[in-house]
Design a protein around this ligand. Structure first.
Ligand code: CP
Length: 317
């Protein structure tokens, strides 16, 4: 499969085929090693200009994209709402078209509105990469979660992954569900009924009502934060109550029939959805997820820019 097969933009994992997802994961593999070098740079995107438009808060995704771009030798510019003309009422498309007038090649966008990345991609020539749009998708997070699971288990097919917590407000859950099911994993969701989307079973997942059921069933738990900023009303009685009923604790994990891998996309609310001894424990792959994020984003940027999966040959390595 050639890189052209990915299309112009990455707006989500829902529109991708299993082969396209595998192409990204396989392209990310050799990029991991670049970050381990004393000089963390390859010339693969030399001459490309990339704008990071972050209209919502971010630590991991924003910095990870910026590292990925710099390690590929691209020129990068960061734009946030505060300090830009967006704060004066300029529209997203006007902002992007003005950036395009300065001859950019790619836009990475995080936005609070579901569908913002697709909307932009349909209106500008540059490649658009979704870094999280509202409650819709966070495709590079889904990809880095899949790469981390593949590293840990050597496969995705047949793997049992339980996504635990606030599924209703989670773009991470959606990207994981699309990506994992396309690659043959079994996915279950577990959380309070008020935080599960209606018709969630239509996405091809099983619903496990109790955290104890998820722990007994799964090979891996992907633990999600309560997205308090997206909740308009009282979806849960209290954070203490949530931890008591759905918290991932070492006491609960001790009763698991097998050793589970523990994932969390961050930022974590320690003592709410996950206890510190689990987050920092021997089965946590939370920091390896962050490390893999750079390689996955390098792969996405490189493939959308038209690079072949064999970037070492192209880069003269
Ligand atoms: N996982 C994730 O999207 O984290 P940030 O919000 O810090 O980017």
């Amino acid at each position: 499969m050639t890189s052209a097969a990915l299309g112009k933009d990455l707006v989500g994992l829902e529109p991708l085929t299993a082969d396209q997802i595998r192409l990204i994961l396989d392209t990310a593999e050799p990029f991991k090693e670049v970050s381990e070098r004393p000089i963390k740079k390859v010339p693969a995107l030399r001459g490309k200009t990339i704008v990071n438009l972050f209209f919502e808060n971010s630590t991991r995704t924003r910095i990870s994209f910026e590292f990925a771009e710099k390690r590929l030798s691209a020129d990068t510019v960061n734009v946030a709402t505060s300090g830009s003309s967006v704060a004066k009422g300029e529209t997203l498309v006007d902002t992007a078209r003005n950036l395009e007038a300065m001859r950019i090649d790619m836009v990475v966008i995080r936005h609070g509105a579901s569908g913002a990345a697709r909307f932009l991609g349909e209106r500008i020539r540059s490649n658009v990469i979704n870094a999280g749009d509202g409650k819709h998708e966070h495709p590079t997070q889904g990809l880095l979660d899949m790469l981390t699971l593949r590293d840990r288990f050597g496969r995705l097919e047949g793997l049992k992954v339980a996504i635990v917590g606030d599924i209703l407000h989670s773009r991470v859950a959606r990207s994981n569900i699309w990506g994992l099911t396309k690659l043959g994993a079994e996915v279950a969701v577990c959380g309070p009924p008020s935080l599960l989307p209606r018709n969630v079973r239509d996405l091809g997942v099983t619903v496990l009502p109790r955290i104890e059921d998820a722990i007994a069933w799964a090979d891996a738990l992907n633990v999600l934060r309560l997205q308090l900023e997206r909740m308009q009303a009282g979806f849960i009685p209290s954070l203490r109550e949530y931890n008591r009923v759905f918290g991932v604790t070492s006491e609960r994990l001790a009763r698991a029939p097998r050793e589970l891998a523990i994932l969390h996309p961050g930022p974590m609310n320690r003592g709410v959805e996950i206890d510190s001894d689990v987050a920092d424990g021997p089965h946590s792959v939370i920091l390896p997820q962050v490390t893999n994020g750079v390689a996955v984003r390098m792969a996405v940027l490189y493939l959308l820019a038209g690079g072949s999966p064999d970037w070492r040959t192209e880069a003269g390595e």
